[in-house]
Write a protein that binds this ligand. Structure first.
Ligand code: ZN
Length: 215
């Protein structure tokens, strides 16, 4: 008897539960965007799900596809919180970019300076490129990637003078910079007159700034 009762309950109960679930589901508002039901909410909602009348810019949106009744578009206009979060992120990214540029600036100046020295004889050989990269990594370890160095070595030559580049490099590094420049001009055994002139230019640039700082 008990077995029959339980079976009966299952036979009648299961469809009933499904029926109530279906009624509950289909009585919900359907989203015009994604056609789902019961995903529509008010932006300013009361505890019972109704609109909070204190806000006259209230509107409904879909929590699933982000449809909203103002624009009908799948995304509602960003809330003030979302806007300030995006703005904060943008500012943080901008600061990070500026910090990176500032960190890399001396390396960039060094590469430009050494490139100018190497190109005194009108060419930048693969060996010279490699040597400049090695100097950059040695004098400023871990600041820039090989890829970044390659890009700078490929850069179209700026018309800046050695003095401008020297200004971008901290004084503590100058002896190393000068040694690197000397090494570069002597890489193929001897310095050509053009290379010697360029080296003089580098020395003059460093000396000039040293004197300027002393006075
Ligand atoms: Zn939707």
């Amino acid at each position: 008897m008990e077995v029959i009762g339980t079976s009966l309950l299952c036979v009648i109960g299961a469809p009933l539960i499904l029926l109530f679930a279906a009624i509950w589901h289909f009585s919900g508002v359907q989203c015009p965007g994604c056609k789902r039901r019961r995903t529509i909410r008010w932006v300013h909602e009361r505890k019972d799900g109704g609109p909070d009348r204190r806000y006259n810019d209230n509107y409904r949106y879909c929590t699933w596809c982000r449809w909203n009744e103002l624009t009908g578009s799948p995304r509602p206009p960003p809330t003030p919180d979302e806007i300030s979060a995006q703005e904060a992120q943008r500012v943080a990214q901008q600061r990070e970019r500026e910090a990176r540029v500032a960190r890399e600036a001396p390396v960039r100046a060094l590469v430009a300076l050494l490139k100018r020295v190497a190109k005194a004889d009108r060419q930048l050989t693969a060996a010279e490129r490699a040597a400049i990269g090695a100097h950059a990594h040695r004098i400023f370890p871990g600041v820039v990637s090989d890829r970044q160095l390659e890009l700078w070595l490929d850069d179209v030559d700026a018309t800046d003078t050695c003095a401008t580049y020297a200004d971008g490099i901290d004084r503590a590094h100058w002896p190393e910079v000068l040694a690197a420049a000397e090494q570069l001009t002597l890489a193929d055994g001897r310095a050509t007159p053009a290379e010697r002139r360029m080296l003089d230019e580098v020395r003059a640039a460093l000396t000039r700034r040293e004197e300027a700082e002393r006075s």
